[in-house]
Design a protein around this ligand. Structure first.
Ligand code: E4P
Length: 217
């Protein structure tokens, strides 16, 4: 499973990228707001750090306007994936923008039918939002599993990008189900390293080591 980082925080992206943890980046208007940066400027900077797909989201609602915004965003760098919402107009924009050779990430997907339409429109990525479904007592992970099954049934090449990931369990479950990509905030990716038995084991080893009176350096 590829790891995308769900942030527009350049420092956090650079830190994870140095460890080889970053296969791509996803941003959205809320994350741009949080960064306090200009969308074109910060996205260009991210594309200079990460070689994989960097999603930049359009904000227009009509297909023609989305296409114009998408073309402008795509000019930032070769690794831009234009992000469009899963609306009828977003699907039209997806078809045109992918036809022009751009990567397109169809976002805000909450049902298998929406995911089917994204695949038919030639989306490079579809982004089902796990956390936001869990928030309304639906099962976000079940949606990922259903989309996986349907895409495999028919050989759709659209990649499933598990989004709105809130916990380390979301990461492992998405990987078990076979999501192609998971995008998560930096803190979730870092938390994947944590285990209480690792901490306990380390504590025991260090206590015993102190008793040996030895030094390695
Ligand atoms: C994905 O591309 C979205 O930017 C993101 O995962 C949304 O996550 P949220 O529901 O935590 O805002």
């Amino acid at each position: 499973m590829k790891f995308f980082v769900d942030t527009a925080d350049v420092e956090a992206i650079a830190e994870l990228n140095e460890l080889g943890m970053v296969d791509g980046v996803t941003t959205n208007p809320s994350l741009i707001l949080k960064s306090g940066r200009d969308i074109l400027e910060v996205t260009r900077e991210i594309c200079g750090i990460v070689s994989g797909p960097v999603s930049a989201e359009v904000v227009a609602l009509k297909a023609d306007d989305m296409i114009a915004e998408g073309r402008k965003l795509a000019k930032i760098a070769d690794n831009i994936a234009v992000k469009v919402p899963l609306t009828w107009d977003g699907l039209k924009a997806c078809k045109v923008l992918t036809g022009e050779g751009n990567m397109v990430n169809v976002t805000l997907c909450f049902s298998v039918n929406q995911a089917l339409l994204a695949a038919k429109a030639g989306a490079t990525f579809v982004s089902p939002f796990i956390g936001r479904l869990d928030d309304i007592n639906a099962d976000g992970m079940e949606l990922i599993a259903d989309i996986r099954r349907i895409y495999d049934n028919y050989g759709f090449e659209t990649r499933i990008l598990a989004a709105s990931i809130r916990s380390v369990n979301h990461m492992s479950q998405a990987a078990l189900i076979g999501a192609d990509v998971a995008t998560a905030p930096p803190k979730v990716i870092k938390a994947m390293a944590n285990h209480p038995l690792t901490d306990k084991g380390l504590d025991g080893f260090l206590k015993d080591w102190a008793k040996t009176g030895q030094k390695i350096l």
